[in-house]
Write a protein that binds this ligand. Sequence first.
Ligand code: HXC
Length: 259
Amino acid sequence: MGEFTSITTDDAGVATLRLDRAPMNALNSQVWTELGEAARTLTAADDVAAVVIWGGPKIFAAGADIKQMQGMDFQEFFSHGGGLQESFQALARLPKVTIAAINGYALGGGCELALTADFRFAADNAKLGQPEILLGVIPGAGGTQRLSRLVGVSKAKEMVYGGGTYDAQQCLDMGLVDQVHPADEVYDRAVEAARRYAGGPYALRMAKKAIDEGAEMDLDSALRLETTLFTACFATEDRRIGMDSFVQDGPGKAVFTRR
Ligand code: HXC
């Protein structure tokens, strides 16, 4: 798709968004732009129901390109630096199930990229962290916000203040990753899980929206959003298929159309 990113889609409706910028998948401004374009493409692609974000077998991503940032001044970053966060927000808002498959390091912006996904599957050799403080900056692509919402304020502060790296087991213990697999299996496990979600009903989109957008609201507003989205499910073919199937054949046998 772009110079450093590609999208491949299988028959089951699972797309892999692959990052490929040797040697460390450092996220320069070209990569940020491509990730934003990928988010728009994946959102619009009717044949895609779930997405695996993968940096390849060696490294997920070592963060923003420090060599590019080194020469930037305040004005430059103020004008252009928001691009990474915008691209990540577009990925986080993808109305499809997303799984980050993490081999090797996911640091700084790399960890923040993984945080845009619904789930993180880590290789047993994965190492995650927010080392920005060691460069004299703070996480700027969701690391102070998505991270603390996921693992809690204290753990996020420990990670962000200390700038340390955390192995797969530590990340599993704190809820930063959801599953740990052998390094040569993690991508396949993520695709397998994505395929199961891709066979799910259109209501998965409603569920993601209700949980993610509801988490940003007061309870009363969030419950109203839930009611609206629950009701919206009645406009889908899959709602009828799911209930007809239950009544005729019992639970869990529906074959959905994603419509
Ligand atoms: C630019 C990078 C880089 C990065 C590595 N390289 N990470 N270049 N940006 N983020 C380069 C190295 O300079 C080196 O280039 C080559 O890649 C290989 O890296 P090594 O350090 O030699 O490899 P290794 O010893 O295996 O260590 C891997 C590593 C380490 C643990 C990932 O490279 C590292 O700590 N990288 C920086 C991680 C980091 O601080 N990320 C946060 C960035 S700030 P040469 O030319 O010497 O071969 C950020 C902010 C996001 O992400 C928010 C912005 C809005």
